[in-house]
Design a protein around this ligand. Sequence first.
Ligand SMILES: *Cc1c(COP(=O)(O)O)cnc(C)c1O
Length: 366
Amino acid sequence: MNNHVTVLEIDGKALEHNLHYFKNKLHQNTKILAVVKAFGYGGDGVQIASFLKNKVNYFAVAYAHEGEALRDADIATPILVLHPQIQNFDQIALHQLEPSIYNLKTLTAFLAYAKDKEVIAYPIHLKFNTGLNRLGFSKEEIPLIIDCIKKSKHVKIKSILSHLAASEDVNEQDFTLRQINNFKQIIQEVYRRLNYKPMAHILNTSGVINYPEAQFDMVRIGIGLYGFGNDKTETSHLKNSHILKSTISQTHVVKIGETVGYNRAFKAKKNTKIATIPIGHADGLSRKLGNENGSVTILNQKALIVGNVCMDMIMVDVTDINCKEGDDVFIFKTQEDILTISTVSQTISYEILTMISQRIKRLLKS
Ligand SMILES: *Cc1c(COP(=O)(O)O)cnc(C)c1O
């Protein structure tokens, strides 16, 4: 059992608040897909999906085994697998996961698989490339792929989707609008060739914020659920869901001239009170935060990280904080904390959340 004192708390109330915030931006009939890939953006995919399962229409994961974990937790909501691979088809079918099919090789293989297993109308999704150039069919492939699919009773297209490359970037508005326009043409072309109308969806979080007119039948919300919009104003309407907490293991007073940590990287210029916290780079705390580049919060005051970040620990300067061993420490509590850490670590909020290692215990508070 993991009784580690460093805990990633997931705030269920924040998830609910954020979900409502986005719901209010949507038409009444627009479905919501919650993206819970990568352990729910570094949280806990199973706990988050269990909490949200009656509040959303769909979940998405990147890989089949992430979907399997949700099914093992008795989550019955439809699950879209964004990046299925041919060797995962058994796992996909066994757990009624819905693959997003993105190329001819995967489509042909899945059609053969479905035929072999004698399944009828297995739900699949078709992913189109409209400019991200990552995964997806091209518009030109529509006649061929729809033809293949129409000939088979073993699969049914549940939705067609695409993904925006720069939905958060207002300087790329022309490009994004072209992607959306492209997608509209793809939808029309697919509908023209089918005798039924699969759902269509293209928007991620910042897509919902910037291009709500392109919500089609469903939107796919990831980072927004966890508290981040694409700018300060949007983020201020959201609540942070991932809170990384620890406690002080030990305090020391180091005298002027003494050093702290590996390589003696911190040298005390005056008598300095130091607190040691059980979290390090093996937990996903970047070494870039060391040497006074990053800080933690103790008793509502900032304490700078001194010396190098160790594998399992950091030391912070608490000279001006009236704290003691056992007191709570917040590595991050607010979106501002996470954004500061991401700036210092030269990355984005997504990576700060997803890099929190599996060594840290997760606890969802509803
Ligand atoms: C990760 C992902 C999303 C969610 O994006 P956010 O910016 O986190 O909302 C949506 N769609 C696809 C295809 C994705 O890979």
